[in-house]
Design a protein around this ligand. Structure first.
Ligand code: SAM
Length: 307
């Protein structure tokens, strides 16, 4: 179905936990306040069935770190019937779970890996993990067919410098795409960079614009080694124009945009749940401009981004 701005809502991003085994310096926590409550796998199944009723065809599972949920497999099984079910993960536990995830019906993964420089990685993630753990996870995902595996890189002046080494390390893996993501908000102790800086740093690979994806108006480039690069500019109104996504929070609320305030959804009556979702989507007018300068944006900068 279409929203108030004529955008067809086709996908849902669900945050299944706020728990994480990292504390990335830039993390927007999907625009959610920290919280302990988590929906059960059965509750997620019910919410996703309601999303299917209003025409949603794709599900993306995020967090926190979704792989920390012991019942993630069940959540994925309860998302059966969608055109695509994907997962966003930091990847450090992925090598252990890739086989089970694929068997449960997961179609593909996005793995966050900003750099292969060990020191920089630890500084960014404020964890003791190594990029090697993540690369093992990416390899496992590729070999289990969870492709295309999208490698998410948040752009800072430091991660831009290490981009060529990242590309070199991943070059032999087939079915991989790099996503260069411009950071939302300022990052304490780091300097944000633009997608153009990333493309410039990859100059020796001669990035060429291939197409603009209808999804969020994202530009896709191709490197001379065959690797595809997608550009993500979350703070760009042009991206909002083509936004086909709604969100469900870790505690089962609706959001029309990462920056929007959560709205409650009925828990007991399925018909009422579908009606409420329809009404929220029908009136959805969220864009970056709508939220710019509002208390929501202020909250993201303050509570979520500005630690
Ligand atoms: N723990 C998982 C992970 O690390 O991928 C999933 C949650 S994480 C919040 C989801 C994605 O949001 C990651 O790819 C991360 O790079 C991106 N992200 C987090 N904070 C961001 C920010 N301030 N600007 C842009 N992207 C951000």
């Amino acid at each position: 179905m279409r929203d108030a701005l004529g955008r067809e809502v086709r996908s849902v991003r669900i945050s299944v936990t706020m728990r994480c085994n990292m504390a990335c310096v830039y993390c927007h926590r999907e625009g959610e306040r920290p919280g302990r409550s988590e929906l059960s796998a059965a509750e997620w199944g019910r919410l996703l069935r309601a999303c299917a009723e209003i025409g949603v065809r794709k599900v993306k599972i995020t967090g926190g770190e979704p792989l920390l949920r012991k019942d993630l497999i069940e959540i994925i099984e309860n998302a059966e019937g969608f055109e695509e079910v994907s997962l966003v993960t930091n990847g450090v536990l992925l090598a252990d779970y890739a086989g089970d995830l694929a068997e449960a019906g997961l179609d593909r993964v996005n793995v966050s890996l900003d750099t292969v420089d060990r020191k920089l990685y630890r500084k960014l993630t404020r964890s003791r993990f190594s990029p090697d753990d993540v690369i093992r996870g990416i390899e496992a995902a590729v070999s289990e067919g969870l492709t295309p595996v999208k490698v998410n890189v948040v752009l800072t002046s430091e991660t831009v410098k290490t981009l060529p080494t990242l590309v070199e390390e991943l070059a032999d893996l087939e079915g991989l795409k790099l996503q260069l993501i411009e950071p939302m908000g300022s990052i304490p102790g780091f300097r944000s960079a633009h997608a153009e800086d990333g493309l410039r740093a990859l100059g020796e690979y001669e990035p060429k614009l291939e197409r603009v994806r209808t999804f969020h108006n994202r530009e896709v480039y191709r490197l001379n080694n065959g690797m595809a690069i997608e550009i993500v500019k979350p703070m760009d109104g042009v991206m909002c124009e083509a936004c086909t996504r709604i969100r469900l929070t870790h505690d089962g609320k609706y959001k029309g945009c990462l920056m929007a305030s959560p709205k409650p959804l009925p828990r007991d009556n399925f018909g009422e749940l579908v009606r409420t979702l329809k009404e929220y989507v029908r009136t959805r007018d969220d864009t970056f401009e709508v939220h710019q300068g509002t208390s929501v944006m202020g909250r993201m900068r303050g509570d979520v981004l500005g630690r």
